[in-house]
Ligand binder design. Structure first.
Ligand code: SF4
Ligand code: ZN
Length: 365
């Protein structure tokens, strides 16, 4: 990739330009949301350093991400699902948590050992989730084994993480790093922080982990495969490099590498409508998982909307089989699962990787 000149970052270009386009696109959304209802909740299974757990995943409806209000990331439509006005009261957030516990009771035989809490932003940002609420949530889940909370690196500090570990809950902070390449994170994703900030967040969590009187603490890095403006081959290389760089950071024990999907009210959706964006091939996801399987880190992937036009997809014939192999890999970390799937469309994927460039993408739909 070429180096940007200093003028690219001038007012009205670069990040400012991305933000102003994103604000305009988000402004077209006029849906409103009930502050007492979680955005989503579901039961699943997840691989952790302590083995596979039944998980309760909660998307809490908070006031939404601060960065998204400035414009935000090119692919992120989550803020469209947030409550207008920027804050949700403690009582309402706790009502949402109760609704999630009711969902678990109705839909699972046992309590989930793993709780995962995402917000449409940062759980550790006290403007979204006040300290009082964070501690009440830690009390609610004190009898579970493990919790994952999502946060941008700026809001990660020792004290917030110990709210959970002091109650004996092994704690992972999920950081939306997206890529280990600063240039791609800034210019393609429009995310403002650097890899060094991610390393600092890992160091803060490691301090908690070093404290022998508390439960384990670690970091789960979320990577984004194929943000806009990268060709299929560049996206694959970016992910391989990123998985390896994350694996080398102490404290980061898991990488969740997820393909971009086309969400509403985003720049990615605008490009998609104008034939300028295609989500990655499922073959590309498999290729990255297979080639980084030797790294000392758990790597998982959950291609949302797989097989659809707006999600990672192949030809339509083989999508379910490749998705199944990916899910299998998530639980067992065995790269041989990918040798059991093939399809004619791999030839098209080969050509795309070979010939697609930044100025002619997408080469095939
Ligand atoms: S991806 Fe995360 S940081 Fe970016 S706009 Fe969405 S919620 Fe905010
Ligand atoms: Zn196929």
């Amino acid at each position: 990739m070429s180096k940007p000149s200093p003028e690219v970052y001038e007012q009205g270009k670069g990040m400012d330009a991305h933000n102003s386009v994103m604000r305009e696109i988000r402004g077209r959304n006029d849906e409103s949301h009930d502050p007492t209802e979680p955005t989503r909740v579901w039961i699943d299974e997840d691989n952790t350093p302590d083995g596979v757990y039944q998980s309760l995943t909660i998307i809490l409806n908070t006031g939404g991400c601060r960065w998204a209000r400035a414009g935000g990331c090119t692919m992120c439509g989550y803020v469209a699902e947030s409550v207008e006005g920027g804050t949700v009261a403690h009582e309402d957030l706790m009502t949402q948590i109760q609704a999630c516990l009711d969902h678990e009771e109705e839909n699972a035989d046992d309590e989930s050992g793993l709780i995962k809490i995402y917000t449409s932003g940062s759980f550790l940002d006290e403007r979204e989730v006040p300290a009082e609420t964070r501690r009440a949530i830690a009390d609610t889940f004190a009898d579970r084994d493990r919790i994952v909370v999502e946060s941008l690196p700026d809001f990660v500090d020792r004290e917030k993480v110990t709210d959970f570990t002091d109650r004996g809950i092994a704690t992972d902070v999920a950081v939306g790093l997206e890529t280990a390449t600063d240039r791609v994170r800034h210019d393609c994703v429009n995310k403002y922080f650097d890899f060094a900030d991610f390393e600092d967040a890992c160091a803060a969590v490691r301090e908690v982990d070093a404290d022998e009187s508390t439960a384990d603490a670690g970091v789960k890095a979320y990577l984004l495969m194929k943000p806009p403006f990268l060709s299929e081959r560049e996206a694959i290389e970016d992910m391989k490099r990123s998985v390896r760089k994350c694996a080398a950071v102490e404290g980061c024990h898991t990488v969740s590498m997820n393909p971009t999907n086309v969400q509403q009210f985003t720049m990615v959706e605008q490009l998609y409508f104008r034939d300028g964006y295609r989500p990655p091939w499922l073959w590309s996801v498999a290729e990255v998982l297979e080639s980084t399987a030797d790294e000392d880190v758990i790597v998982v992937s959950d291609p949302v909307g797989h097989g659809s036009d707006r999600g990672a997809h192949n030809c339509g014939e083989c999508d379910d089989r490749v998705q199944k192999a990916i899910k299998d890999f998530d639980l067992r970390q065995d790269p041989s699962v990918f040798q059991q799937v093939d399809c004619q469309c791999e030839h098209t994927w080969d050509v795309v990787r070979e010939r697609e460039r930044g100025y002619n993408l997408p080469l095939a739909r």
